[in-house]
Design a protein around this ligand. Structure first.
Ligand code: IPM
Ligand code: MN
Length: 384
């Protein structure tokens, strides 16, 4: 194996708004972790993209950027897209989509990143809005289907006499799409230690199969895949009911799999219970490529204040290295991922340095740290 000599090209796309503040911090943390671990050999390639880029150049990204990101990069770290134009409104493309849409959604579709993996873990020292729940109770991974469902680009609107009369979004579920995302969810559960409540490895299929044909197919395929994983318990919930169970008894959940648009909604709920969107990382995973990002958006109101929590992006960086470790069998990459996670964990647990979103409950008297200070605390904690 040529582990030491391999060099990974990581494209970083800060994008818009607070993406420009948190991604550079995540990069600094990654670079320090690599230095501590003594590898792997990584080259960052940073590019502009999104609404700001569209305002300046009438394109969401340059041709060279698009080519590098899609064809050259081993993995991609993305911030957020969504800028506010001079008229005070979000910058949109002629087709009505947010400028930057073809970066975020385009990459998921074109690189066929079929699983959007979103860990919902409450770290010690982080306030959750759920009464009586602790870090012992909240540790699940939501796997969101990422290329079809309501996000399939089959939509349209009809105008008559200048009035919009009708609009349709077709929701597409395929056997292939369901199979690969369900299999991915079972594979993840196999490697974990089970749900907090009973240490049982469990995958919960969250759907609306009491009503929707696509969800019936999704659930049917889920059950077929489950047969290959006798050591993992099958579990089912309708999405509406799941939202209340997740609040009442989050400790029941180990891995959750859901069609695209349900996955979008329930992972924001997940973000809330793990201490807010500032704590929620994501990995968009395909067979060959992967894009990592914080679940939060560009938060234009916070842009420039340097007050947002960089942890979601830092943890997305750790996920990126975990993915490289698995995809390329690189043990240094795994060490980098672990070092970053451990550093984040210890900063949160220690508790004195935290961004404003985490200064609640027991921690409300602490004066909030800036984005940069929070990043520095993580760097300081690396390798301790
Ligand atoms: C997410 C976001 C995106 C989505 C938006 C920006 C299109 O909400 O990653 O969850 O809906 O998937
Ligand atoms: Mn979302």
């Amino acid at each position: 194996m040529t582990i030491l000599s391999s060099k990974y090209k990581i494209a970083t796309l800060p994008g818009d708004g607070i993406g420009r503040e948190v991604i550079p911090i995540a990069m600094k943390v990654i670079e320090s972790a690599i230095e501590k671990v003594g590898g792997p050999n990584v080259q960052f390639h940073s590019f502009e993209c999104g609404g700001e880029h569209y305002l300046k150049h009438n394109r969401e990204w340059s041709e060279e950027t698009e080519d590098f990101v899609k064809n050259e990069a081993d993995a991609i770290l993305l911030g957020a897209i969504g800028a506010i134009g001079p008229d005070g409104k979000p910058v949109r493309l002629p087709d009505g989509n947010l400028a930057g849409y073809n970066v975020v959604i385009g990459l998921r579709m074109e690189l066929d990143l079929f699983a959007n993996v979103r860990p919902v873990k409450l770290f010690e020292g982080v306030p959750t809005p759920l009464a009586n729940k602790t870090s012992e109770d909240i540790d699940m991974i939501i796997v969101r289907e990422n290329t079809e469902g309501l996000y399939a680009p089959i939509r349209g609107a009809i105008e008559r006499g200048g009035e919009q009369e009708l609009a349709v979004d077709v929701r597409m579920i395929t056997r292939k799409g369901a199979e690969r995302v369900c299999r991915y969810a079972f594979e993840i559960s196999k490697q974990r230690h089970g749900a907090p409540i009973d240490a049982t490895k469990r995958v919960t299929c969250v759907d609306k199969s009491n009503l929707l044909a696509g969800c019936r197919l999704f659930r049917k395929v889920f059950k077929e895949i489950a047969v290959d994983y006798p050591q993992v318990q099958q579990d089912f919930a309708y999405v509406d009911a799941w939202t209340q169970w997740c609040i009442r008894e989050p400790e029941h959940y180990d891995v959750v799999v859901a069609p695209n648009e349900f996955g979008d909604i329930i992972t924001d709920l997940g973000g809330a219970i793990q201490g807010g969107m500032g704590m929620a990382p994501a990995g968009n995973i395909g067979d060959k490529k992967a894009v990592f990002e914080p679940v939060h958006g560009s938060a234009p109101k916070h842009y420039g204040k340097h007050d947002t929590n960089p942890v979601a992006s830092i943890l997305a960086g750790a996920m990126l290295f975990k993915w490289i470790a698995d995809a390329k069998s690189d043990r240094h990459a795994l060490q980098v991922a672990r070092a970053i996670e451990n550093a984040v964990e210890s900063v949160l647990k220690e508790g004195h340095i935290r961004t404003y979103d985490l200064c609640r409950g027991k921690w409300e008297k602490i004066s909030p740290a800036s984005t940069e200070k929070m990043g520095d605390a993580v760097i300081e904690a690396l390798g301790k």
